[in-house]
Write a protein that binds this ligand. Sequence first.
Ligand code: SF4
Length: 340
Amino acid sequence: MFEDFVRENNLQGYRLKQLYQQYYTEAIESWDALTTWPLDLREKLKKAIPFSKLENFQEYVSEDRKTIKALSFTKEGFPVETVLMKYSKRNTICVSCMSGCPVGCTFCATGQMGFNKNLDTQEIVDQVLYFKRKLSKEGEKITNIVYMGMGEPMLNLENVVRSIDILTDPEKVALGKRRITVSTVGYIEQLDQFLSMDLGVKIALSLHAPNQELREKLMPTAAKNNPLNKLMEVLKDYQERTNKKITYEYILIKDINDKEEHAEELAELLKGQIALVNLIRLNPSPLIPFKPSSMNKTRLFQAILNEEGINNTLRYSYGDEINAACGQLANIQRNAKQNH
Ligand code: SF4
């Protein structure tokens, strides 16, 4: 995009560097702030390239003010949700790679809203830049990025990879590769392709069930064509090659996947791997028919994993009251205080 503009206008290479520096690194607020470019060139750029492809950002802030959900819209009017979580000295941005999602996992509100479109590279990066600008006004920085918002990254792989390139490029957003996590439900072919690129980012698998049968019930579209045994082979190969830890996300759903035998089966499945299981109690949504596991069941599940030597954490859900927690991004705004 910027590269084309520079080439088409016969500009010298240093103009591109100036643009990268101010737009991505300094996170300027508008094209008018691109002061390293002369006014006539800036005006030309303004006409050729929108400052942000996502527009009409609205913010919803949690009661403790530590979680902020930004709702924005594509040019076609499709909603996109992005979440900033400010906890434990981290500023983590949860980005979306799609508006809606075609995968339709039964426990996920995004999956129930249907699919609008794959976001292009700039629309993904725009979400990060929006919060980078906001944080830099507060004297803060982004520390982590997770691709865990709306959509399945493996089904929009090209744009996800290109956005990672921009976010980790030392001349652009310059984030450390290990500060980025890509989460997938596990489309084997695309995941294999993604892992073979060895981008240095972290990988998380949305597992949510310890066996194929239950996985097919919870995530029918993804699980049917991507058998769990083959999926695990791909991840084990990657781990043998790289020695890198894999995170497994496991949403605990009342009476569905939270029994003792599920914990035992999960421990068996992950035995011998360098794995971290992120347990998350289901975040309720009016769009889904499930309830979260009780705290007692959750603790028992965790105790079994501990006993079996499986590294795990119970992840606190941020932003539930503004529908900004995991699996709740579906353009529903409730109990939310809106920032203007
Ligand atoms: S869990 Fe991920 S892949 Fe499944 S429906 Fe939700 S957003 Fe899509």
